[in-house]
Write a protein that binds this ligand. Structure first.
Ligand SMILES: CC(=O)CC(=O)SCCNC(=O)CCNC(=O)[C@H](O)C(C)(C)COP(=O)(O)OP(=O)(O)OC[C@H]1O[C@@H](n2cnc3c(N)ncnc32)[C@H](O)[C@@H]1OP(=O)(O)O
Ligand SMILES: NC(=O)C1=CN([C@@H]2O[C@H](COP(=O)(O)OP(=O)(O)OC[C@H]3O[C@@H](n4cnc5c(N)ncnc54)[C@H](OP(=O)(O)O)[C@@H]3O)[C@@H](O)[C@H]2O)C=CC1
Length: 286
């Protein structure tokens, strides 16, 4: 069945980026969160992102208006998913939250609806196991910032069907993205490779090897990374970085993935990076 109606769960940076991109490419989108404040922030981010595209001549004013006409926000999950073809979940990176959400989705969605998760690292098979439709559960992992980054990592759970995989690949391609399919192992490919580098950069701060600015400059100018690893960690969110390292550590049982104590301490302090105004750097609240 062709996808027309998409629901995005979680109005944070990823959920709003995914919703914006779906709107840009003609889909009907309902954005769901547990409270009104994140929905309002999500709507503002989407409106600003679309306006930015229009200002650059990449979207006509008519297309911008039409995109916003296809957009709704709500805290009522069962109502939002009633006519959904796909749900893309982008709630925080905790297995209990994801499983509780998927249980609710399974009970409320039509039988044909695909349930996708944007998880960075958690087992798709385990998320699918709480539903009665494991063949229609899949990992659809967008990169941040979603409107710009051209990759979607697609992760099959043990029971994901070829049909689900093909539909999700086609959806990603319809959004102008390149889809790469990988197996269901902790952190998949993206975060199995990226996050240990970020964690190692945090260790370099912890051990006093250099200041954050110096570490970032080495990677930016020495390796041509667009952002240094600590700037990137702040951008991703330190809570998310820690959650991913925990998943790698638990999933592989290998000490090379142990999260840096400094990363844990920053998260305990509420220093989550850009989204909280402070991480390895300070940000003006806006
Ligand atoms: C943790 C996980 O599970 C997985 C992950 O996502 S890991 C993180 C992956 N992401 C990265 O590694 C990002 C690394 N950083 C970068 O690539 C770059 O720094 C960046 C793309 C984020 C910003 O690039 P930049 O050139 O410094 O910023 P900026 O000039 O503001 O934006 C680049 C373009 O995107 C556009 N843009 C930015 N935000 C936008 C939005 N929300 N909507 C539409 N367009 C947007 C800008 O208008 C700009 O367009 P032009 O090229 O036409 O000027
Ligand atoms: N940040 C990144 O660079 C990337 C993140 N991801 C993944 O995407 C997911 C979301 O990350 P990100 O957008 O950064 O996180 P954010 O913290 O920015 O956003 C999460 C949103 O979900 C809301 N929320 C909390 N609990 C629930 C729930 N039970 N149901 C619905 N919404 C809920 C939060 O509300 P409140 O703030 O009120 O708690 C918040 O608005 C995670 O799984 C993460 O690993 C994937 C790729 C890149």
């Amino acid at each position: 069945m062709p996808i027309q109606n998409a629901v995005v769960i979680g109005a944070g940076q990823m959920g709003s980026g995914i919703a914006q991109t779906l709107l840009q490419y003609g889909y009907n989108v309902a954005l769901v969160d547990i409270a009104d404040a994140p929905l309002e922030r999500g709507r503002s981010a989407i409106e600003a992102g679309l306006a930015r595209l229009t200002a650059k001549g990449r979207l006509t004013e008519t297309a911008q208006t039409e995109a916003l006409q296809r957009f709704t926000t709500t805290t009522d999950l069962p109502l939002a998913v009633r006519d959904s073809d796909i749900v893309i979940e982008a709630a925080p990176e905790h297995i209990a939250t994801k499983q509780a959400t998927f249980k609710k989705l399974d009970a409320s969605c039509p039988s044909h609806t695909i349930l996708a998760t944007n998880t960075s690292s958690l087992p798709i098979t385990s998320i699918a196991s709480v539903t009665q439709r494991a063949d229609r559960v899949i990992g659809m992992h967008f990169m941040n910032p979603v409107p710009i980054m051209p990759l979607v990592e697609i992760i099959r759970g043990l029971a994901t069907s070829d049909e689900t995989c093909d539909t999700v690949r086609a959806l990603a391609e319809s959004l102008g993205k390149t889809a790469v399919e990988v197996k269901d192992f902790p952190g998949f490919v993206s975060n199995r490779v990226l996050m240990p580098m970020i964690n190692e950069a945090v260790y370099a701060v912890y051990e006093g090897v250099a200041e954050p600015e110096a570490i970032d400059t080495v990677l930016k100018l020495g390796m041509n990374h667009p952002m240094g690893p600590l700037t990137l960690a702040d951008f991703i969110g330190l809570d998310t970085c820690l959650a991913i390292m925990e998943t790698l550590y638990e999933g592989f049982g290998d000490s090379k993935y142990r999260p840096c104590p400094l990363l844990r301490q920053y998260v305990q302090a509420g220093w989550l990076g850009r989204k909280s105004g402070r991480g390895f750097y300070s940000y003006n609240s806006s």
